[in-house]
Ligand binder design. Structure first.
Ligand code: NAP
Ligand code: G4F
Length: 327
């Protein structure tokens, strides 16, 4: 019988790449999907795996649906990638963010505890938990200082994962992942907002790009590399927490420069700073130290920021060209 994995958030960026990876490794892949008024499966279609995964209806805020999903899939591994994951929205919908991104983790851990505590569990934690950074380079030992309702909810998810590992001996790992992007990144996040705009400007559909704080710095990697680390964590002898990052930090401004130059444009001619996109509390800089992941998991980022942004611009150029053709 094939080894089973259940992925919450399978329709998101990481869920789609992780499903693709696990299928390649021979897993039977199940994905939890909340009911939506329209289909959200475009990423699974983009990667050509929509017919290879089994979707189970459910929601991380509904414990009974999680218990049913686990009973149906009988997975060896559960990856919790579901979240209200956009930091900006977490100030507009803080309660919902806490329910999904925070308490959702507890619901899954409870479902595992009540059904099969031998299931291995991965929690999608985040560098946003470091927020107002307490050390220049953030590692597993750096104290947290969350700066948004999203980051506070994620901190709860992180600690409840650690607590269930220590309390009930559940094989639970928390991956503290720094920003990771791809051609299937949500359009609301800054990298994809930029690469989509670059394509539209180059092809004559748009003239300017309005952004918020372009001096913010992030440690950006490729999502395809990062989902490998998630799987690796669950294959170890003992559960643990790991920082996953590239070890390089770059401003939004420099990222724009890479994206615009790739198609022969200059960001200075098109980017307009608009305070509308400033956040009530900003995370100015993030820079991770992936040393533990390299040493224990043998993981390191393979894709450079230049390769990543160019890959995203190329994919958006292709999309926008197709859009124009269909006009
Ligand atoms: P994403 O694209 O926003 O995907 C989030 C997924 O969660 C979507 O499939 C979404 O479904 C689903 N979801 C939302 N509410 C749900 C609910 N109540 N029940 C079940 N599923 C629900 O995020 P991502 O970039 O793939 O990130 C994956 C995870 O890693 C998230 O937990 C995120 O917070 C965390 N993370 C991401 C990064 C990053 O840089 N990408 C870094 C660190 C941590 P719908 O689309 O239908 O709403
Ligand atoms: O792309 P962002 O929205 O990502 P952010 O806030 O760092 O969060 C992402 O990464 C986290 C990991 O650290 C994840 F946990 C989280 O789920 C998500 O995937 O913004 C990046 C930076 C911020 O400093 C923001 O203020 O870009 C700045 N920025 C400047 N102008 C902008 C914009 N961000 C967005 N989304 N839109 C702008 O116009």
């Amino acid at each position: 019988m094939l080894k089973g994995a259940l992925i919450t958030g399978i329709t998101g960026q990481d869920g789609a790449y992780l499903a693709q990876l696990l299928l390649k490794k021979g897993y039977k892949v199940y994905g939890l999907m909340p009911r939506r008024s329209s289909s959200m499966t475009w990423r699974l279609e983009y990667l050509g795996i929509i017919n290879k995964v089994e979707i189970i209806e459910g929601d991380v805020t509904d414990l009974s649906s999680l218990i049913r999903a686990i009973k149906k899939a009988t997975p060896a591994e559960v990856y919790n990638l579901a979240a209200q994951s956009f930091v900006g929205t977490s100030w507009e919908q803080p309660v919902l963010t806490a329910q999904i991104t925070g308490l959702g983790v507890l619901n899954i851990l409870e479902a595992i505890r009540l059904t099969d505590p031998s299931i291995r569990f991965y929690q999608a934690s985040t560098s946003e938990m470091f927020g107002l950074i307490q050390e220049q380079k953030q590692s597993e030992k750096t104290p947290f200082y969350p700066r948004s309702p999203y980051a506070v909810a994620k901190l709860y998810g992180h600690w409840i994962t650690v607590n269930y590992r220590e309390s009930f001996k559940i094989f639970a790992c928390s991956g503290i992942l720094f920003n990771h992007e791809s051609p299937i990144r949500g359009i609301e996040f800054v990298t994809r907002k930029v690469t989509d705009a670059v394509a539209r400007i180059k092809l004559g559909l748009q003239k300017e790009l309005r952004l918020g704080n372009i001096d913010a710095k992030r440690d950006w990697g490729f999502a395809g590399d990062y989902v490998e680390a998630m799987w690796m964590m669950l294959q170890q002898e003992a559960p643990d927490d790991y920082v996953i990052a590239t070890g390089r930090t770059t401003t939004v401004r420099e990222m724009c420069d890479i994206a615009f130059k790739h198609v022969g444009l200059f960001y200075e001619d098109h980017v307009v700073v608009d305070p509308k996109f400033y956040r009530p509390a900003e995370v100015d800089v993030l820079l991770g130290t992936p040393d533990k992941a390299k040493e224990r998991l043998g993981w390191e980022a393979r894709t450079t920021l230049e390769e990543l942004i160019q890959m995203m611009v190329d994919a958006d150029m292709e999309r926008v060209r197709a859009e124009i053709k269909n006009l």
